[in-house]
Ligand binder design. Structure first.
Ligand code: GLU
Length: 483
C-alpha cells in the first residue's frame, strides 16, 4: 500500500480560524492513524491576500495545538521547499507541457478587453466564462508573443464537450458537464501559479496520498482531475470537509467576531479541550464517548466517522467541555494557569494563591472568568441588607446582627489566623453557644463577601481575607444592620 502522506495547506491570510484548525486536525489524524506523514505547505501564491506575520502565526498555532508536522517550511523534508512562492520554477515546465499537449494555452487578453466582453455577455443575460479567444492563436505566433515579453497568462483548456469527475471519500462521485467549467488561469501574469494549478502540481510532487480541504473546493476538483489526467498522473484520494457554522445560517467567521484558536487560548480555554471539542465538530467515534486526548484521537479517528452535513460550533458546549477539562487537570497545572488570572485582581495583596486555587478549580469554566469571581476579595461589592435574609438557614436581618456581633468577638480573639484555627474557633464557639452553623455562618459569609454565591464558605473566605479585612467587613455589616 502507498504511504499515507497528508498535507495541511493554509494560505497566510491571517489567524488560524477554527474551521482551518479542524481541517488541520483531521489531516493530522489521518496521517497519524495510518502511520503516515503530515506535511505543512504554505500556499502564498496570491500575494495580494498575504498578511505579514501570518506564516509565523500558522507555525505557532499548530505548535500550540500539538499538531506536529513531519515536513514543512521550518522543518525541511525531501520534497521542499514547502512554501509555494519559493517553488516558482516548479510550475512553468508543467504549464508548458500542457500547452504542448493542447491542454492549456497562453492568453494575451488584457483586463480591459476581458471586462468589455464580460459586460457584453452580461448585458445579454449570459453568464460569462472565458470565450477561448486566445485558444485560436496559431501556436507559433503564440510562442513568439510569449517570448517577446508581452504580458500573458496560461489558461486551462477545458474540453467543450463531455464531463469531468472525481470521487470524494465523503461525498462520493462528483461529475459535472465540462461546458459549465471556465478555462481558468493556471499561471498568472506575474509567473506565479494560481491555487488551481499549484495544488495539483505540489500534491503530486510531494507525493500526497490524501487531499483534505474544505467543501468550497468540491466544485473545482473535477477540473483538477482533468489536469492530473492531462499530465498522466494518478490523482490523490480526496476528502472534502463540510464547513463549520456559527448557526444554521452563517459560517463561523472572524469578521463577525467569532473567536480564532488564538483568541480562545487567550481567553483561557485549555488547548486540550479545544482540540477535543473541534474533533467532534463533524466526526463521531461511533459511540457516545466524548473525551479524547490527542493521542487517543490518533488511534480512533476514522474517515467513516465523518459527517457530511455542516457542523455547528456551540460556544456554550465548548465552555462546558473546558470546565470538565479544568476540573480534571492536575492541581499544580491549574495553579500555574490560574496564577496570571489571580494576579489581574489580587497582585500584591498577599492572598494565598494555592489556597484560592483549591477553592477555584472546581468552579472555573474558563480562566478569563476568574477575575470577576475573585474580585470581591479585593473590593467588597455593594450589597443589599436583604441578602442576609435566607429561608434555608433561617436567617433574618435581626438574627444576622446577633450572629455577627457574636462572631466578631470570636474572631477578634484569634491570633494565629490559619484555616484550622478559624475553623476550630468558629465551629467550636457556635456549638458551645448552642447555635446552628448555618444561622451564624451564612451572615458571616454575606458580611465578608457581599455575595450570595462565592467560592468557599465563611471560614475559607475569612482565611483568604486575613484578620484585619475580615473584621473590618464584619464591623461594617454590623453598623449597617444596626441602623
Ligand atoms: N490554501 C487553501 C486555503 O487556505 C487550502 C486548500 C487546500 O488545502 O488545498 O484555503
Amino acid at each position: 500500500m502507498q504511504e499515507v502522506r497528508t498535507r495541511f495547506a493554509p494560505s497566510p491570510t491571517g489567524y488560524l480560524h477554527l474551521g482551518g484548525l479542524r481541517t488541520a486536525l483531521y489531516t493530522y489524524l489521518l496521517a497519524r492513524k495510518n502511520k503516515g506523514k503530515f506535511i505543512l505547505r504554505i500556499e502564498d501564491t496570491d500575494q495580494e491576500r498575504e498578511v505579514p506575520g501570518a506564516i509565523e502565526l500558522i507555525y505557532k498555532s499548530l505548535r500550540q495545538a500539538g499538531l506536529s508536522y513531519d515536513e514543512g517550511p521550518d522543518m525541511g523534508g525531501d520534497y521542499g521547499p514547502y512554501i509555494q512562492s519559493e517553488r516558482k520554477e516548479s510550475y512553468m515546465p508543467y504549464a508548458l507541457q500542457l500547452i504542448e499537449s493542447g491542454d492549456a494555452y497562453p492568453c494575451f487578453c488584457t483586463k480591459e478587453e476581458l471586462d468589455q466582453r464580460r459586460k457584453t455577455a452580461q448585458d445579454k443575460g449570459e453568464t460569462w466564462k472565458y470565450d477561448k479567444k486566445c485558444l485560436h492563436i496559431p501556436k507559433d505566433e503564440a510562442k513568439r508573443r510569449m517570448q517577446s515579453g508581452e504580458s500573458f497568462v496560461i489558461r486551462q483548456n477545458i474540453p467543450e464537450e463531455g464531463s469531468a469527475s472525481f470521487d470524494d471519500m465523503l461525498f462520493g462521485h462528483v461529475e459535472v458537464p465540462t461546458n459549465t467549467l471556465d478555462d481558468g488561469v493556471l499561471i498568472k501574469a506575474d509567473g506565479l501559479p494560481t491555487y488551481n494549478f499549484a495544488n495539483v502540481i505540489d500534491d503530486h510532487l510531494m507525493k500526497i496520498s490524501h487531499v483534505t480541504r474544505g467543501t468550497e473546493y468540491l466544485s473545482s476538483a473535477p477540473k483538477y482531475n482533468l489536469l492530473y489526467k492531462a499530465l498522466g498522473w494518478e490523482p490523490p484520494l480526496y476528502l472534502h470537509l463540510p464547513v463549520v457554522m456559527k448557526d444554521a445560517t452563517r459560517k463561523l467567521s472572524k469578521r463577525y467576531g467569532d473567536p480564532s484558536f488564538e483568541d480562545l487560548l487567550e481567553m483561557g480555554y485549555v488547548r486540550e479541550a479545544i482540540i477535543n471539542f473541534i474533533a467532534l465538530l463533524g466526526w463521531s467515534p461511533g459511540d457516545d464517548r466524548e473525551f479524547f486526548t490527542l493521542k487517543e484521537l490518533e488511534e480512533v479517528f476514522s474517515i467513516e466517522g465523518l459527517n457530511k452535513s455542516p457542523a455547528i460550533f456551540d460556544m456554550n458546549k465548548l465552555t462546558w467541555f473546558n470546565g470538565e477539562y479544568i476540573r480534571k487537570m492536575p492541581f499544580e497545572d491549574y495553579l500555574t494557569m490560574a496564577e496570571p488570572w489571580f494576579d489581574k485582581e489580587l497582585k500584591g495583596t498577599g492572598i494565598d494563591y494555592r489556597y484560592l486555587a483549591q477553592l477555584m478549580q472546581g468552579r472555573t469554566e474558563v480562566f478569563n472568568r476568574i477575575p470577576e469571581t475573585i474580585n470581591f476579595l479585593k473590593t467588597q461589592p455593594d450589597y443589599e441588607l436583604t441578602l442576609f435574609e435566607h429561608k434555608k438557614s433561617k436567617s433574618t436581618q435581626e438574627s444576622s446582627l446577633n450572629a455577627l456581633e457574636f462572631m466578631l468577638l470570636v474572631l477578634e480573639g484569634i491570633d494565629n489566623w490559619s484555616e484550622t484555627a478559624l475553623h476550630d474557633n468558629m465551629i467550636g464557639a457556635i456549638k458551645e453557644a448552642g447555635l446552628k452553623n448555618a444561622t451564624v455562618l451564612w451572615p458571616v459569609r454575606i458580611a465578608i463577601s457581599g455575595l450570595a454565591s462565592t467560592p468557599g464558605g465563611a471560614v475559607e473566605i475569612a482565611y483568604l481575607l486575613g484578620k484585619e479585612e475580615t473584621l473590618r467587613r464584619i464591623k461594617n455589616a454590623i453598623e449597617r444592620l444596626r441602623n
